[in-house]
Design a protein around this ligand. Structure first.
Ligand code: PLP
Length: 597
């Protein structure tokens, strides 16, 4: 239950043998586009950069436009919905949506972002992208700026001391500052370790945490496999592993967390545990990538008070939620930047308290180029690098990419307060519309499994209690679940990039699908194929996830897609085509489960 699958680009048919993907030529200018000025409201001007190179985010946010809707902290009381000028504004459905959610108009800056910076989404025959949880989409200017920056500057390996190396080091340090600033992390308490991803950041903590036989690892069942993997290190050291059970629609019960913090598995109170030297680790997933539930970050305060070290997996939370480490004093936070602003891939970070990093550095299982000061060879003496973050950055950091991280964060920062309002409006509309779609038999076509916003937001800056992920199943007129591979096929035909599978979140998926008993019955060597054949169907969900570039058109396309599935004639036709393809090709196990459409 670890695999996920994604619909593929139009030139790669998912039901034929893999072909070489055509790579689209990079259509960027060879120079930095200094003269391009964008009509994006300057509602939040970034502080003056220390750099001389023109900044993508400065240009992006540099002009007030006639469609500026004013302060981002306005409320919906005097919203002029005519200020949104997008293709969608002409449709009666869009007008109905705006009448239902007038406050959506406060997020018009994101429409402008889409029409100027995500133009690829609205080209004729373009893909409808609803897989933001998989990866966000980058503003085009960010890539153009980065390309120009790289062409204009000579950047060297940060391990040298030449001018080109110093330039790289300055940009790395600027990126570290930008990350701390973005997450409101006091620079005297926190530092940033650049990694390749959230997974790598989590592993840094996992492999260095001083787990002992009297330690506990407390973690949620509704979590990514990259979090579950921590248990390998805990188990290896004989620590107790305590899972916080998943609620029926995902997430954890705060009371359950409190109990687990008070007593460990052997029933000792926290004060008794505190007498032990071996530290314990408490991990939370900020937002589930399948159930859409958010975990109250205030629980970290309780964990700290109980003497535990704390780690937040913020991969899914950070792209659309404001996180303040002043307000949530967690020991370490793991993130991936491509999930926040789409570019570049391959860069993540551990934002970490210096005192915690000091503790981890005493227990790091190895050293490497870049992490050390002196190494005795042959011998055993190793002195670690003086800078704490360097002790965890193995080899050469991705120094060419880091300037784009600074720019990406500065581009996202002023837009971030708008995202919960915009995305919760779209999510609420979409969920209601999907639930209303019925087969002629009266059976609902769509079953929503994930959490939806419990209340409507009306102001920019308000945070939603959930994210903008919708995990669902499609049913046939008899109420049978339609195979995920059939839905993937139809989505591919409709040019919709969604995702199917268990999203690398087996605990969340098992609960949403009501198959926890299968989990309990798993034995060593179990395979997904066996599990699916036991269940008699493919296991997983269809996931729609909205993000930075989402607008009403995307939501409307998903609704039309669901209407297509509910149309008896159209669905049967697609089913026949899919079956024919399946019979002609030698497809994998996921496509062999037959339930009539
Ligand atoms: C909640 C969560 N945690 C961790 C990860 C792993 O992120 P990455 O693959 O960037 O390391 C993901 C990826 O989707 C995620 O959604």
């Amino acid at each position: 239950m670890g695999n996920t699958s994604s619909t593929l680009p139009p030139d790669h048919h998912p039901f034929q043998h893999p072909r070489r993907l055509r790579s689209e030529a990079l259509k960027t200018s060879s120079r930095t586009p200094r003269s391009l000025r964008l009509k994006i409201p300057a509602f939040l001007h970034r502080p003056t950069s220390t750099r001389t190179h023109p900044s993508a985010s400065e240009e992006l946010h540099s002009e007030r436009s006639s469609s500026d809707v004013g302060s981002p902290y306005d409320d919906a009381s005097n919203v002029d919905t005519s200020s949104i000028e997008t293709r969608a504004s002409i449709s009666p459905d869009y007008e109905r949506f705006l009448a239902a959610f007038p406050e959506y108009a406060l997020t018009a800056s994101l429409d402008i972002l889409r029409s100027t910076e995500l133009t690829r989404l609205d080209k004729p025959e373009s893909e409808t992208y609803v897989d933001y949880m998989g990866g966000s989409l980058f503003p085009e200017r960010l890539v153009k700026w980065h390309s120009g920056f790289l062409q204009d500057n000579i950047l060297g390996n940060t391990h040298s001391i030449s001018s080109s190396s110093q330039l790289s080091a300055r940009h790395a340090s600027e990126a570290r500052k930008a990350v701390l600033d973005f997450f409101d992390a006091p620079a005297d308490q926190y530092t940033v370790v650049f990694t390749s991803s959230t997974t790598a950041a989590i592993k840094l903590v996992a492999e260095s945490f001083p787990f002992g036989s009297t330690s506990s690892l407390i973690l949620p069942a509704d979590a990514h496999n990259s979090v579950h993997g921590i248990r390998c290190f805990a188990k290896h050291n004989g620590s107790q592993i305590h899972y916080l059970p998943t609620l029926p629609r995902g997430g954890v019960l705060p009371d359950e967390v409190m109990v687990s913090l008070t007593f460990d598995l052997s029933g000792r109170s926290s004060s008794e545990q505190a007498l032990d030297a071996a530290p314990s680790l408490f991990v939370l997933t900020g937002q589930s990538n399948i159930s859409n539930s958010k975990t109250p970050l205030s629980l970290f305060k309780n964990a700290k008070e109980s003497g535990l070290y704390t780690l937040l997996d913020a991969a899914a939370l950070a792209p659309t939620s404001i996180i303040s480490l002043q307000k949530t004093p967690v020991d370490a936070v793991a993130i991936s930047f491509y999930k926040m602003f789409g570019y570049p891939t391959g860069v993540g970070a551990l934002i970490v308290r210096k005192d915690f990093l000091e503790l981890l550095s005493k227990n790091r299982p190895w050293f490497a180029g870049g992490t050390v000061d002196v190494v005795q060879v042959p011998g055993s003496i190793v002195s670690l690098a003086e800078e704490l973050h360097e002790r965890f950055e193995d080899g050469t950091i991705n120094y060419l990419a880091l300037p784009a991280i600074t720019e990406g964060l500065q581009t996202l920062k002023p837009l971030l307060p708008m995202l919960p309002l915009r995305l919760s409006s779209l999510t609420l509309w979409l969920v209601k519309a999907l639930e209303d779609i019925k087969h002629p038999s009266g059976v609902p076509c769509v079953q929503i499994l994930s959490r939806t916003p419990s209340s409507r937001l009306t102001k920019i800056g308000e945070q939603s209690d959930v994210g903008s992920v919708i995990s669902l199943l499609f049913h046939d007129p008899q109420g049978n679940i339609l195979p995920l591979s059939f839905i993937s096929y139809c989505a591919f035909k409709h040019r919709i990039s969604l995702r199917t599978g268990c999203m690398c979140n087996p605990g969340g998926a098992a609960t949403l699908l009501g198959i926890n008993s299968y989990m309990d019955a798993l034995t060593e060597g179990a395979t997904l194929r066996e599990l699916e054949s036991h269940a008699g169907r493919e296991l997983g969900v269809v996931r729609i996830s909205l993000g930075l570039g989402s607008n009403f058109n995307d939501v409307q396309r998903v609704i039309q897609f669901a209407e297509f599935i509910s149309d008896e004639f159209e669905r049967q036709k697609a089913w026949t085509d899919w079956m024919n393809l399946r019979d002609r090709e030698e497809l994998g196990p996921c496509c062999n489960t037959a339930s009539r459409a």
